[in-house]
Design a protein around this ligand. Structure first.
Ligand code: SIN
Ligand code: FE2
Length: 211
Protein backbone atom coordinates (compact mmCIF):
# COMPACT_ATOMS: atom_id res chain seq x y z
CA UNK A 1 0.00 0.00 0.00
CA UNK A 2 1.17 3.50 -0.72
CA UNK A 3 -0.90 5.39 1.75
CA UNK A 4 2.23 6.79 3.37
CA UNK A 5 3.13 8.48 0.07
CA UNK A 6 -0.09 10.42 0.08
CA UNK A 7 -1.06 12.78 2.83
CA UNK A 8 -4.59 14.03 2.44
CA UNK A 9 -5.97 16.65 4.77
CA UNK A 10 -8.47 16.31 7.55
CA UNK A 11 -11.42 18.61 8.27
CA UNK A 12 -13.11 18.34 11.63
CA UNK A 13 -16.91 18.19 11.66
CA UNK A 14 -16.97 18.47 15.45
CA UNK A 15 -15.88 16.13 18.22
CA UNK A 16 -15.59 12.56 16.92
CA UNK A 17 -16.28 13.45 13.28
CA UNK A 18 -13.97 14.31 10.39
CA UNK A 19 -13.66 14.34 6.62
CA UNK A 20 -10.44 12.78 5.35
CA UNK A 21 -10.08 14.48 2.00
CA UNK A 22 -8.83 12.23 -0.78
CA UNK A 23 -8.12 9.37 1.61
CA UNK A 24 -9.38 6.67 -0.77
CA UNK A 25 -7.66 8.06 -3.88
CA UNK A 26 -4.46 5.98 -3.70
CA UNK A 27 -6.57 2.82 -3.79
CA UNK A 28 -9.22 3.87 -6.33
CA UNK A 29 -8.24 1.21 -8.87
CA UNK A 30 -8.35 -1.66 -6.36
CA UNK A 31 -11.57 -0.33 -4.82
CA UNK A 32 -13.38 -0.05 -8.16
CA UNK A 33 -12.22 -3.49 -9.28
CA UNK A 34 -13.44 -5.01 -6.01
CA UNK A 35 -16.73 -3.14 -6.30
CA UNK A 36 -17.30 -4.66 -9.73
CA UNK A 37 -16.78 -8.16 -8.32
CA UNK A 38 -19.18 -7.57 -5.43
CA UNK A 39 -21.87 -6.17 -7.72
CA UNK A 40 -21.63 -9.23 -9.98
CA UNK A 41 -22.48 -11.52 -7.05
CA UNK A 42 -24.94 -9.19 -5.32
CA UNK A 43 -26.42 -6.80 -7.90
CA UNK A 44 -27.55 -3.29 -6.97
CA UNK A 45 -31.26 -3.04 -6.32
CA UNK A 46 -33.74 -0.38 -5.21
CA UNK A 47 -35.04 -1.48 -1.82
CA UNK A 48 -38.41 -0.54 -0.36
CA UNK A 49 -38.81 1.46 2.85
CA UNK A 50 -41.08 0.18 5.63
CA UNK A 51 -43.52 2.89 4.48
CA UNK A 52 -43.65 1.29 1.03
CA UNK A 53 -41.50 3.74 -0.93
CA UNK A 54 -38.88 2.67 -3.47
CA UNK A 55 -35.53 4.20 -2.51
CA UNK A 56 -33.91 6.40 -5.16
CA UNK A 57 -30.49 5.09 -4.08
CA UNK A 58 -29.67 1.58 -5.34
CA UNK A 59 -27.96 -0.63 -2.76
CA UNK A 60 -26.00 -3.79 -2.22
CA UNK A 61 -23.74 -5.09 0.55
CA UNK A 62 -20.63 -7.08 1.26
CA UNK A 63 -19.20 -8.58 4.41
CA UNK A 64 -20.77 -10.95 6.96
CA UNK A 65 -23.84 -8.74 7.41
CA UNK A 66 -25.81 -6.58 5.00
CA UNK A 67 -28.26 -3.79 5.74
CA UNK A 68 -31.67 -4.32 4.16
CA UNK A 69 -35.02 -2.63 4.20
CA UNK A 70 -38.40 -3.93 3.08
CA UNK A 71 -42.04 -3.62 4.07
CA UNK A 72 -41.30 -5.32 7.40
CA UNK A 73 -38.62 -2.83 8.47
CA UNK A 74 -34.86 -2.28 8.57
CA UNK A 75 -32.44 -5.02 9.62
CA UNK A 76 -29.05 -6.61 9.14
CA UNK A 77 -29.15 -9.95 7.36
CA UNK A 78 -26.38 -12.46 6.62
CA UNK A 79 -28.12 -13.41 3.36
CA UNK A 80 -29.01 -11.37 0.31
CA UNK A 81 -32.82 -11.47 0.15
CA UNK A 82 -32.66 -11.41 -3.68
CA UNK A 83 -30.31 -14.37 -4.19
CA UNK A 84 -30.58 -16.06 -0.75
CA UNK A 85 -26.80 -16.37 -0.84
CA UNK A 86 -24.50 -14.93 1.82
CA UNK A 87 -23.38 -11.40 0.92
CA UNK A 88 -20.04 -11.42 -0.95
CA UNK A 89 -17.01 -11.31 1.38
CA UNK A 90 -15.62 -7.90 2.20
CA UNK A 91 -12.77 -7.29 -0.28
CA UNK A 92 -9.37 -6.80 1.41
CA UNK A 93 -9.06 -3.33 -0.18
CA UNK A 94 -12.38 -2.31 1.43
CA UNK A 95 -11.38 -3.60 4.84
CA UNK A 96 -8.02 -1.88 4.74
CA UNK A 97 -9.61 1.40 3.68
CA UNK A 98 -12.12 1.22 6.54
CA UNK A 99 -9.66 0.34 9.27
CA UNK A 100 -7.02 2.83 8.15
CA UNK A 101 -9.52 5.68 7.78
CA UNK A 102 -10.97 4.94 11.23
CA UNK A 103 -7.49 4.86 12.74
CA UNK A 104 -6.60 8.18 11.07
CA UNK A 105 -9.67 9.70 12.66
CA UNK A 106 -8.75 8.36 16.10
CA UNK A 107 -10.70 5.06 16.19
CA UNK A 108 -7.94 2.50 16.27
CA UNK A 109 -9.74 -0.82 16.77
CA UNK A 110 -12.47 -0.62 14.17
CA UNK A 111 -13.24 -3.93 12.46
CA UNK A 112 -16.38 -3.59 10.32
CA UNK A 113 -18.60 -6.61 9.71
CA UNK A 114 -20.89 -4.82 7.26
CA UNK A 115 -20.38 -2.65 4.19
CA UNK A 116 -23.47 -1.06 2.68
CA UNK A 117 -22.82 0.09 -0.88
CA UNK A 118 -25.00 2.94 -2.09
CA UNK A 119 -25.24 3.92 -5.75
CA UNK A 120 -26.60 7.36 -6.62
CA UNK A 121 -27.47 8.74 -10.03
CA UNK A 122 -28.30 12.41 -10.57
CA UNK A 123 -31.53 13.19 -8.69
CA UNK A 124 -31.08 10.40 -6.12
CA UNK A 125 -31.01 11.45 -2.47
CA UNK A 126 -30.97 10.07 1.04
CA UNK A 127 -33.21 11.64 3.67
CA UNK A 128 -31.87 12.72 7.04
CA UNK A 129 -31.46 9.69 9.32
CA UNK A 130 -29.38 8.19 12.12
CA UNK A 131 -27.42 4.94 11.72
CA UNK A 132 -28.89 3.11 14.67
CA UNK A 133 -29.62 -0.44 13.55
CA UNK A 134 -26.20 -1.54 14.88
CA UNK A 135 -25.70 -3.18 18.29
CA UNK A 136 -22.52 -1.39 19.27
CA UNK A 137 -22.48 2.40 19.13
CA UNK A 138 -18.93 2.47 20.51
CA UNK A 139 -17.72 1.73 16.98
CA UNK A 140 -17.62 4.53 14.37
CA UNK A 141 -19.14 4.79 10.91
CA UNK A 142 -16.71 5.07 8.00
CA UNK A 143 -18.20 6.38 4.78
CA UNK A 144 -16.19 6.60 1.54
CA UNK A 145 -17.29 8.53 -1.56
CA UNK A 146 -16.41 7.68 -5.16
CA UNK A 147 -17.62 9.16 -8.44
CA UNK A 148 -19.65 12.32 -8.96
CA UNK A 149 -19.89 14.90 -6.14
CA UNK A 150 -22.60 15.09 -3.50
CA UNK A 151 -23.63 17.43 -0.73
CA UNK A 152 -23.61 15.53 2.56
CA UNK A 153 -25.85 16.91 5.29
CA UNK A 154 -24.44 16.48 8.76
CA UNK A 155 -26.72 17.45 11.60
CA UNK A 156 -26.91 16.96 15.34
CA UNK A 157 -28.30 14.32 17.67
CA UNK A 158 -31.83 15.58 17.09
CA UNK A 159 -33.50 15.68 13.70
CA UNK A 160 -34.50 19.33 14.06
CA UNK A 161 -30.95 20.56 14.68
CA UNK A 162 -29.28 22.64 12.01
CA UNK A 163 -27.29 20.64 9.44
CA UNK A 164 -23.87 21.42 8.01
CA UNK A 165 -23.46 21.02 4.24
CA UNK A 166 -20.29 19.18 3.33
CA UNK A 167 -19.31 18.76 -0.32
CA UNK A 168 -17.91 15.30 -0.89
CA UNK A 169 -15.96 14.31 -3.96
CA UNK A 170 -14.24 11.22 -5.32
CA UNK A 171 -11.93 9.75 -2.69
CA UNK A 172 -13.22 11.61 0.38
CA UNK A 173 -13.91 9.57 3.52
CA UNK A 174 -16.12 10.74 6.40
CA UNK A 175 -15.73 9.14 9.82
CA UNK A 176 -18.07 9.73 12.75
CA UNK A 177 -18.05 8.01 16.11
CA UNK A 178 -17.90 8.57 19.85
CA UNK A 179 -20.10 11.58 20.73
CA UNK A 180 -20.92 12.00 17.01
CA UNK A 181 -21.96 8.39 16.39
CA UNK A 182 -25.70 9.10 16.33
CA UNK A 183 -25.63 12.40 14.48
CA UNK A 184 -28.29 12.76 11.80
CA UNK A 185 -27.02 12.77 8.23
CA UNK A 186 -28.27 12.57 4.67
CA UNK A 187 -27.47 13.41 1.07
CA UNK A 188 -29.09 16.16 -1.04
CA UNK A 189 -30.38 15.22 -4.51
CA UNK A 190 -27.31 14.77 -6.70
CA UNK A 191 -26.71 17.25 -9.48
CA UNK A 192 -26.11 16.12 -13.04
CA UNK A 193 -22.40 15.35 -13.45
CA UNK A 194 -20.02 12.92 -15.06
CA UNK A 195 -16.99 11.27 -13.51
CA UNK A 196 -14.12 9.98 -15.70
CA UNK A 197 -14.13 6.52 -14.04
CA UNK A 198 -17.74 6.13 -12.89
CA UNK A 199 -19.79 8.10 -15.40
CA UNK A 200 -23.02 9.61 -14.03
CA UNK A 201 -22.74 7.80 -10.72
CA UNK A 202 -21.73 8.21 -7.14
CA UNK A 203 -20.79 5.20 -5.05
CA UNK A 204 -20.72 5.39 -1.26
CA UNK A 205 -19.24 2.63 0.87
CA UNK A 206 -20.55 2.74 4.44
CA UNK A 207 -18.64 0.52 6.85
CA UNK A 208 -20.15 -0.45 10.17
CA UNK A 209 -19.75 -2.83 13.05
CA UNK A 210 -23.31 -4.11 13.11
CA UNK A 211 -23.26 -7.16 15.40
C1 SIN B 1 -25.53 6.60 4.34
O1 SIN B 1 -25.84 7.35 5.24
O2 SIN B 1 -25.78 5.37 4.36
C2 SIN B 1 -24.81 7.10 3.10
C3 SIN B 1 -24.24 8.45 3.15
C4 SIN B 1 -23.61 8.85 1.84
O3 SIN B 1 -24.03 8.36 0.77
O4 SIN B 1 -22.67 9.68 1.84
FE1 FE2 C 1 -26.39 6.60 7.18
Amino acid sequence: MTRNLFEGWTESLGEGAAVLRGFALPEETALLAALGEVAKLAPFRHMTTPGGYRMSVAMTNCGPLGWVTDQTGYRYDAADPETHNPWPPMPPAFLLLATSAAASAGFSNFVPDACLINRYEPGAKLSLHQDKDERDFSQPIVSASLGIPAVFLFGGLKRAEKTMRVSLTHGDVVVWGGPARLRYHGVLPLKEAEHPLLGRKRINLTFRKAA
